[in-house]
Design a protein around this ligand. Structure first.
Ligand SMILES: C=CC1=C(C)c2cc3[nH]c(cc4nc(cc5[nH]c(cc1n2)c(C)c5CCC(=O)O)C(CCC(=O)O)=C4C)c(C)c3C=C
Ligand SMILES: [Fe+2]
Ligand SMILES: [Fe+2]
Length: 337
């Protein structure tokens, strides 16, 4: 039996402030997320960020929480795990975990261990590599497995930003909206502090050295989150036959006052509204399942902001969720193809 471990980011246990606070504390106290020294991190997270952010975030989570199915991120992640298990059959044991909160990575690894799996393939559910997401999942799995007496063959998917089936799945999800019905297309990725891009640049002389240095993926910046994001956008655009002038890559969800990767989605929306664009189609290809950042931030916040600026509508392209092409893409990754 071969073990497959799907790991997404995590979500609070409920949309109530105490659970959101617990989630934010675990998430933001991760040294790969708030990457400053532990004393400063504790002060920032426990003293400043979570006391103020938890009640505000709880209100947002209440907006997207379904009475029947709970958090969209967990709901779609469970579906992905079930569909992948069905697709791979009984030779595989597919487990789902979240990097923060539940279901925990520790419990999922224990279930694989209890079944004496001969190998474990870990798939962090983030198409583009970032230390704060993929890196953190790999780090946590290694920390836990390090304590085992018998360590099976273990491997990790580092990124899948250019996976052909993943690209096709995003393109397919947009077709029901008809790209031709929109003035412009945004590829809005989750943001990242600029500092973290620079830290991932092992050459020390590439990332953010020039205005456009992270906009093209090359051998030098092949692990750069920004370069991988531009590449994902380029490939989806190519799949849809979208010319360069019809789309913009941007980055959403900033936290704190440090500079994050630019351009910011909120600024791009302002510029496009000022240019007279009325209808925009937005892909969020950093996420493989709909979550707070897609369902609320794009469909509600950015849509409202755009309308205030004179725009008519922002349409979110639904995430990969249960798309069969994406399940096939996961099956390929699980089988090391
Ligand atoms: C796509 C991968 C992700 C990266 C990279 C990432 C980096 C990152 N995120 C924060 C802060 C927050 N992110 C929040 C939500 C959130 N983030 C991701 C993914 C990545 N984050 C997802 C899938 C979600 C949604 C979770 C859900 O339950 O739906 C939040 C919480 C929500 C809020 O309060 O706004 C915060 C905070 C940082 C600081 C960071 C890199 C340094
Ligand atoms: Fe995030
Ligand atoms: Fe870069």
């Amino acid at each position: 039996m071969k073990g497959i471990l799907l790991v997404n980011l995590g979500t609070p246990d409920s949309p109530q402030t105490p659970d959101v606070r617990k989630y934010l504390n675990e998430f933001l106290m991760d040294g790969r997320v708030i990457d400053v020294n532990p004393v400063l991190r504790t002060f920032l997270v426990r003293g400043l960020i979570t006391p103020f952010r938890s009640p505000k975030s709880a209100k947002l989570y209440q907006e997207i929480w379904s009475k029947e199915t709970g958090s969209p991120l967990l709901y779609y992640s469970v579906i992905q795990q079930k569909l992948l298990q069905e697709r791979l059959g009984s030779e595989y044991q597919v487990e789902l975990a979240m990097r923060y909160q539940s279901p925990s990575i520790e419990d999922a690894l224990d279930r694989l261990k209890a079944n004496l799996v001969e190998s474990i393939r870990v798939i962090p559910m983030f198409p583009q590599y970032a230390s704060a997401s993929t890196g953190s999942v790999i780090d946590k799995v290694m920390e836990l497995v390090r304590t085992w007496q018998t360590i099976p063959n273990i491997s990790f998917v580092n990124s899948f930003h250019n996976d052909p089936l993943m690209i096709k799945a995003f393109a397919e999800n947009s077709k029901k909206h008809g790209v031709e019905n929109y003035d412009h297309v945004l590829f809005s990725f989750h943001g990242l502090p600029q500092r973290q891009l620079i830290k991932c640049d092992h050459t020390g002389n590439h990332c953010l050295k020039k205005d456009d240095c992270c906009q093209t993926l090359t051998d030098v910046n092949k692990f750069c989150y920004s370069a991988q994001s531009y590449d994902t956008a380029r490939l989806i655009a190519q799949e849809l036959g979208l010319p360069k002038e019809k789309y913009t890559v941007c980055f959403q969800s900033r936290l704190g006052n440090d500079p994050w990767v630019q351009p910011y989605t909120s600024e791009v929306i302002k510029e496009l509204a000022a240019q007279g664009k009325k209808r925009m189609l937005v892909f969020c290809p950093a996420f493989v399942a709909d979550c707070l950042e897609t369902v609320y931030e794009v469909s509600e916040e950015y849509n409202t902001e755009f309308k205030h600026l004179g725009g008519e509508h922002i349409q979110l392209v639904e995430s990969l969720n249960d798309n069969p092409l994406f399940i096939e893409s996961l099956a390929n990754m699980a089988q090391g193809k």
